[in-house]
Design a protein around this ligand. Structure first.
Ligand code: CP
Ligand code: NVA
Length: 309
């Protein structure tokens, strides 16, 4: 932490930041991304270290945090369950006490949100959620920045979620509540967003039996894998249950003519999305993936240095 920057914040859920903090972060992201594109050196995190703890696989989250931290002048330590004492049942609280004495910031990808919260409760430094079973806030941060880049403000817009009521869906709902848009959701029966996660965001949520109906009039259509990490044992049942929840060209035609398509990736063409959609002109999935790095650089700057200027 910067000396004098005493209000330590964690980023465990999307609702951990306020509407005006998001406005600030999106503006910082725009500036930080522009500098990167212009090959301008910007290293405010020199001598800072980020520990990244992965209990699940990753491509984008690892590369975006690691490259982003190096670009800002800092260093990273990469830990996985298999190569650390986390895999040998060292209590998460003890791991948090130790790791947070040696680094400035921690990013964790794990299973239960409660595990992330236990780590944060015993950490001396800010903790970032790099995906849990319940939430994936860094991804939604990137997705909304991507929407703003392409279409301007998201307030008042309609986002259609087609598929599993999973960590991504629950995070979209938190974002809808904070940033003032409507989330249309269509899931197969039994795969709805958990009622506890809906909570006071219910006013932003409209549910639809038919995925096509959820897409009608949407400014953005988005989906995710049918089987998230940690749920592999349910794969066969999910393949059957989700067969009609594939975002195809017909669904995209029901959305607004200028609707975007997003997917956090990795994707399975022919399952949750047709190849013609994800590889088609409305898809912004590669911008979404790249923007993970830019938004997370702004987030790390904010958590470590507070507001700039
Ligand atoms: N979207 C996302 O978080 O990707 P990874 O699993 O590759 O990190
Ligand atoms: N819902 C997916 C997202 C992967 C980035 C999962 O949790 O596996």
């Amino acid at each position: 932490m910067k000396p004098g920057h005493s209000l330590m914040k964690h980023y465990l859920q999307f609702k951990d930041l306020r509407t005006e903090e998001y406005a600030y972060l999106f503006e910082r992201t725009r500036i930080i991304k522009r500098r990167f594109k212009n090959y301008e050196r910007y290293q405010p995190l020199a001598d800072r270290t980020l520990a990244m703890i992965f209990e699940k696989a990753s491509t984008r989250t690892r590369v975006s945090f690691e490259a982003g931290m190096y670009q800002m002048g800092g260093s990273v330590v990469h830990l996985t369950t298999g190569d650390s004492q986390l895999g040998r049942a060292e209590p998460i609280e003890d791991s948090a006490r130790v790791i947070s004495r040696m680094v400035d910031l921690v990013m964790i990808r794990t299973f239960e949100q409660s595990k992330l919260e236990a780590f944060a409760a015993h950490s001396r430094v800010p903790v970032i959620n790099g995906l849990t079973n319940e939430y994936h806030p860094c991804q939604i941060l990137a997705d909304i920045f991507t929407f703003i880049e392409h279409r301007g403000a998201i307030a008042g817009k309609v986002v259609a979620w087609v598929g599993d009521g999973n960590n991504m869906a629950a995070t979209w709902l938190q974002a809808a509540h904070i940033l003032g848009f409507t989330l249309h959701v269509s899931t197969p029966r039994g795969y709805e967003i958990d009622a506890q996660q809906v909570g006071d965001a219910a006013s932003c949520l409209k549910t639809f039996k038919s995925p096509a109906a959820a897409c009608e009039g949407a400014h953005l259509v988005t989906t995710d894998v049918w089987t998230s990490m940690g749920f592999e044992a349910e794969n066969a049942a999910r393949q059957a249950a989700f067969a009609d929840w594939c975002v195809d060209a017909q669904m995209m035609q029901l959305a607004r003519p200028d609707a975007l398509f997003m997917h956090c990736l990795p994707a399975h063409r022919g399952e949750e999305v047709a190849a013609e959609v994800i590889d088609g002109p409305q898809s912004v999935v590669w911008d979404e993936a790249e923007n993970r790095m830019h938004v997370q650089k702004a987030l790390m700057e904010y958590l470590l240095l507070g507001r700039i200027g």
